[in-house]
Structures are given as C-alpha cells and as structure tokens.
Design a protein around this ligand. Structure first.
Ligand code: AR6
Length: 191
C-alpha cells in the first residue's frame, strides 16, 4: 500500500493499492444488493477473505435481508482470512445519468458505512471508490461526494469512532484525480 496523503489531524489517509491487504479494523466492500459476490473489489474481497464471508452473507439473505441490501445501505460481516476484522458491505448506485438520486445514494453509502463502524467501535475504516467501476459513476463527481460526506461525518463526531478513514484507490491515476478534485497535496515525507 502506498500512502499519498495524510490530513493534518491524522484522520484521513489517501493511498494506492489492493484494499484486501490493508490492516485496518474494517474494509468497505462495493457490493451489489444480492450480497452474493461479483467482480471488481467485491470479487477480490471474497476471494482473499475466503468462504466465511459468503456464508455470513447467505445467512443475512436468509434472515434480516431477504430482499437483499438496498442501495445506500450498509451491513457488516466477518472478514474471514483478511487482515481486517470486519467487512462492511455497501451497495452503491448504478449510474443512470445523474437524475436518479445517484448522488444521494452514494453519500448514503459513506454515511451508513461509517455509522456501522461507529456502532461496532471500529477505529480504522478503509473505503474503495464505491460505484466508480462496474457501476459507472463518474469518478470526479464520486471523489467530491466521498470526501465531503466523510468530512461532514468527522465534523459531527470529533472524538468518536472511527478515528482513521482510508480512501484506497486501485490505480495511481484514480488517486491523483481524487486528490486533485479535493485539493489535497501529496505529502512526500509519508512512508
Ligand atoms: N482494491 C482497491 N480498489 C479496487 C480493488 C481492490 N482490490 N479492485 C477494484 N478496485 P467496482 P462498483 C476499485 O467495479 O463500481 C461488483 O461486481 C476499482 O478500480 O469494484 O461499486 C459488485 O458485485 C474501482 O475504482 O465496484 C457489484 O455488482 C472501485 O474499486 C458491482 O461490481 C469500485 O469498482 C459494483 O460496482
């Protein structure tokens, strides 16, 4: 994992790498409503974490989430073999042109995932760029929403969990776009 930026208060980190390798209390999964796996980061999490994650997702589908997890909502499961303790699954919006509450749904993914982490007392949470892959949400617009929603959450919970939030990008280009859009300057002294 390559760290590019750490905020002055230490609570936000921007990095490039494979989120499944991160030692953080929770990693967020950009899942789909079925919770039964897929491609992208979802596929990577299930394959690195092993079958325990899918087993717990199946149990959720058989019980409290019979209709699946609606877009904008979040739920936690075991992280199986991953270095993280928990996986927080959230379902991003599928981009349909921007007039179908896509922004609000994406905001809700970040907010609800942070709320789950707060409830579970998880100190460190890592987000992938939800909806910006297979679901086609424009990356610049998603970058602005992700940063703004997390900053609003942190402003509203100065002392509580989670204390540290990672924004993890799979490519340098996506990380650069996120930093640029949110006017963050790379801190070269970070190792
Ligand atoms: N670590 C960090 N980021 C990653 C990784 C990884 N290992 N793998 C991919 N990304 P996507 P979505 C980035 O498509 O758009 C699945 O099939 C990727 O480069 O994973 O929300 C689900 O089951 C991109 O920037 O999620 C759903 O059906 C970001 O993660 C659907 O895809 C999100 O891309 C969800 O689509």
């Amino acid at each position: 994992m390559k760290t590019l930026y750490r905020s002055p208060d230490g609570r936000c980190i921007v990095a490039v790498g494979d989120i499944t390798t991160l030692e953080c209390d929770a990693i967020v999964n950009a899942a789909n409503s079925s919770l039964l796996g897929g491609g992208g980061v979802d596929g990577a999490i299930h394959s690195a974490g092993g079958p325990q994650i899918l087993e717990e997702c199946r149990t959720l589908r058989a019980g409290p989430l019979k209709e699946g997890l609606p877009p904008g909502r979040a739920v936690a499961t075991t992280a199986g073999r991953l270095p993280a303790k928990r996986v927080i699954h959230t379902v991003g919006p599928i981009w349909r042109g921007g007039e179908h509450h896509e922004d609000e749904t994406l905001e809700s993914c970040y907010r609800e995932s942070l709320a789950v982490a707060a409830r579970e007392g998880l100190a460190c949470v890592a987000f992938p760029a939800i909806s910006t892959g297979i679901y086609g949400f424009p990356k610049v617009r998603a970058a602005r929403i992700a940063w703004k929603t997390v900053q609003e959450f942190l402003a509203g919970s100065p002392a509580s969990m989670p204390r540290v939030i990672w924004f993890v990008f799979f490519s340098e280009a996506d990380a650069a776009l996120f930093m640029n859009e949110n006017k963050l300057t790379e801190n070269k002294s970070i190792v």
